[in-house]
Design a protein around this ligand. Structure first.
Ligand code: ATP
Ligand code: MG
Length: 299
């Protein structure tokens, strides 16, 4: 029997987003006992169930209101949304939060030897892709004629196998394209993993839980982006030191026992401290410079 007050979150079972999704939920304090083959895992300490499926199934589970939330690549949910969207005004899902992993781009690529001037160079091309709706939306807007066929794997070998003139596929580093003699000529969509929610009525209990989860997720992301910086510096150089530390808000300046000239400076910085900046701080007379990761954050 379904417990309507338990929040259901769908995540990818095995693939590029799985480990990061589990890590994020765990960092948010959700204890999950993940048995390998289990479709659904129940959290021991919060009313949350984690449904683990292929990433292609997550948009449908969210849009058909089978689960409340999903962690999914924006590319996958947008593709499904375009596929389903008979009425473009109908909201099928809501993006609650863009996440700090799963970053990639959907790009058009052609053989390295092929000449490319602009998008018109692709006119009447046959393009292999797993994302026909995103591709069509983009090329229709740019008024480019094309043919496509769907490949859900090994897209990158289609041109060398003589099946297509170009491909439209996900890229992160570009190494796979290079290994297959292809060059990226046009980015058509930029994506990251995101937390999405279903539409429709949600009980008050679930609303409170979703808000709590959102605050924690934002705290985890913020903490991962931030560093805690501690150093000693001459009081006379305080302003110069602070101006070197971009992204530092309201530093704490305190006295050092037995020191009249130097002070201790502590701050949370939204940017990492590069070696070059540390060297400049040293020239200003700073010492004992520590850069520490932050475990949790709540503002
Ligand atoms: P499943 O077996 O769950 O269907 P899959 O093979 O379709 O998995 P993955 O390759 O695990 O999917 O990719 C999942 C998501 O990771 C992509 O939809 C995309 O949002 C993101 N991603 C990030 N970098 C890349 C990349 N270089 N190639 C493909 N996907 C990437
Ligand atoms: Mg998939």
């Amino acid at each position: 029997m379904l417990n309507k007050n338990r929040l259901r979150i769908a995540i990818q079972k095995s693939g590029r987003l799985s480990q990061e999704s589990i890590k994020l939920l765990t960092k948010c304090g959700i204890k999950i006992n993940l048995k390998q083959q289990q479709l659904i895992s129940f959290s021991e300490n919060m009313p949350i169930d984690v449904v683990r499926v292929r990433d292609d199934d997550i948009p449908g589970l969210v849009m058909d209101q089978v689960v409340d939330l999903g962690i999914i690549g924006k590319n996958v949910i947008e593709e499904e949304s375009l596929r389903r969207n008979i009425d473009p005004k109908k909201i099928l899902y809501t993006i609650l939060q863009r996440l700090d992993f799963g970053s990639c781009r959907l790009s058009l690529s052609i053989p390295i030897s092929q000449k490319y001037i602009n998008l018109k160079s692709l006119n009447n091309f046959r393009i292999a892709t797993s994302y026909p709706y995103l591709l069509k939306k983009y090329l229709d807007q740019k008024k480019i004629n094309f043919n496509f066929f769907i490949l859900n794997g090994s897209v990158e070998v289609a041109p060398s196998a003589g099946l297509s003139d170009a491909i439209c596929d996900l890229v992160s580093t570009g190494a796979t394209l290079e290994a297959n003699g292809l060059k990226e000529v046009e980015v058509i969509y930029s994506s990251t993993a995101c937390l999405v929610s279903r539409t429709g009525d949600v009980s008050d209990i679930k609303k409170i839980l979703i808000n709590k989860l959102m605050t924690r997720i934002q705290g985890v992301i913020k903490a991962r982006e931030s560093k805690y910086i501690m150093l000693h510096a001459p009081y006379s150089k305080l302003q110069s030191v602070i101006s070197l530390l971009h992204g530092a808000e309201h530093p704490t300046v305190s006295k050092l026992a037995g020191e009249t000239d130097k002070v201790a400076i502590h701050m949370v910085s939204s940017e990492t401290l590069f070696w070059e900046t540390m060297e400049k701080l040293k020239i200003l007379g700073a010492s004992s410079i520590l850069v520490l990761p932050i475990e949790k954050m709540m503002e």
